[in-house]
Design a protein around this ligand. Structure first.
Ligand code: TMP
Length: 211
């Protein structure tokens, strides 16, 4: 697949969405063909599953939650992500499988091996080319979410849940430094954008190298 698969991830309130416009502008300036998408969601079915998963009145067990995340992901991969990458596009996804490690394994405490088993079933050895983790202390993220919106089913979890989620993101990044970058998004906007620019330039070089 000649495209490039870039994932943005991190705890709720870490600032992924805030910096998306900057990424869009960078890629537009480079005249790169892009597909912007998100998880859970992206496809018609995926968006229906997203509604069920995020709606705060729904009672969902941790296993069901995990399986629904991967059901949506399977559909997303087959219907959108793989075809776009085959066409040489850059796919930029707001969240992907690291969120399942972080939230379902870290947050809900489902054994990591189970996530890895489903990951391999759904994705084989397919992994993102680069995952950018936006990182902030839990207290800051909680403040941002409380100010910004009504909390969804995940955002209502307590700080200890998010501390576990954050720890898994940082562990995943530390284990695979060649395909992860961690941005301290508790700095001012300009500093975050400078770091983003550096990461995106690296991605571009990597992508051009494999054409
Ligand atoms: P967001 O895309 O608006 O940040 O919300 C998606 C929520 O879903 C977020 O709280 C993280 C959660 N999530 C998981 O728990 N597991 C997953 O695999 C994915 C993709 C998201």
């Amino acid at each position: 697949m000649n495209g490039f698969f870039l994932v943005l991830d991190g705890i709720d309130g870490a600032g992924k969405s805030t910096h998306l416009a900057f990424i869009q502008q960078f890629l537009a300036n480079e005249r790169i063909q892009t597909l912007y998408t998100r998880e859970p969601g992206g496809t018609e079915l995926g968006e229906k599953l997203r509604y069920l998963l995020l709606h705060k009145d729904n009672e969902i067990t941790p296993d069901t939650e995990t399986l629904l995340m991967f059901a949506a992901r399977s559909q997303h991969l087959q219907q959108l992500i793989y075809p776009a990458l085959r066409q040489g596009k850059w796919v930029i996804s707001d969240r992907f499988t690291d969120a399942s490690y972080a939230y379902q394994s870290g947050g809900r405490q489902i054994p990591t091996e189970r996530i890895a088993t489903i990951e391999n079933w759904v994705q084989g050895d397919f992994r993102p080319d680069m995952t950018i983790i936006f990182d902030v202390p839990v207290a800051i993220s909680q403040e941002r979410v409380a100010k910004a919106r009504q909390k969804d089913r995940f955002e209502q979890e307590d700080p200890a849940f998010f501390a576990r989620v954050r720890q898994v993101y940082l562990q995943q990044a530390a284990k695979n430094p060649h395909r992860y970058a961690v941005i301290d998004s508790n700095q001012d906007k300009q500093m975050v954008q400078n770091h983003l620019l550096h990461i995106l330039s690296g991605c571009l070089k990597q992508w051009k190298g494999k054409q």
